[in-house]
Write a new protein. Structure first.
Length: 97
């Protein structure tokens, strides 16, 4: 169903984000990573995507890229005034050290 929504409106970041989470649940992390990158590309202020993308990258052993995503996410969360997600991203970043 989410794929149908995206076919009708490829710019729908909420559906793309939801699809990424479903792909992760289905053990398809590479596809989930691609979808989360697309979310951020279309809407750099979609702060939850940074957390999930960083987490998936870290699990895939791409630690430096995860750090970069988390740091960018911290900036995006600060700009959005989203303290809760900022704290979650900071905690995830700290856990990589």
């Amino acid at each position: 169903m989410l794929e149908e929504f995206l076919a009708a409106d490829p710019a729908d970041v909420f559906s793309r984000y939801a699809l990424a989470l479903e792909l992760e649940k289905e053990q398809r992390p590479a596809e989930a990573i691609n979808e989360l990158r697309a979310v951020i590309e279309r809407d750099a202020g979609y702060v939850a995507a940074y957390y999930h993308l960083g987490r998936l990258l870290a699990r895939a052993g791409q630690t430096e890229e995860a750090r970069t995503v988390y740091r960018t996410g911290l900036d995006a969360a600060a700009k959005a005034g989203d303290r809760r997600t900022r704290d979650e991203i900071q905690e995830a970043l700290d856990s990589l050290d």
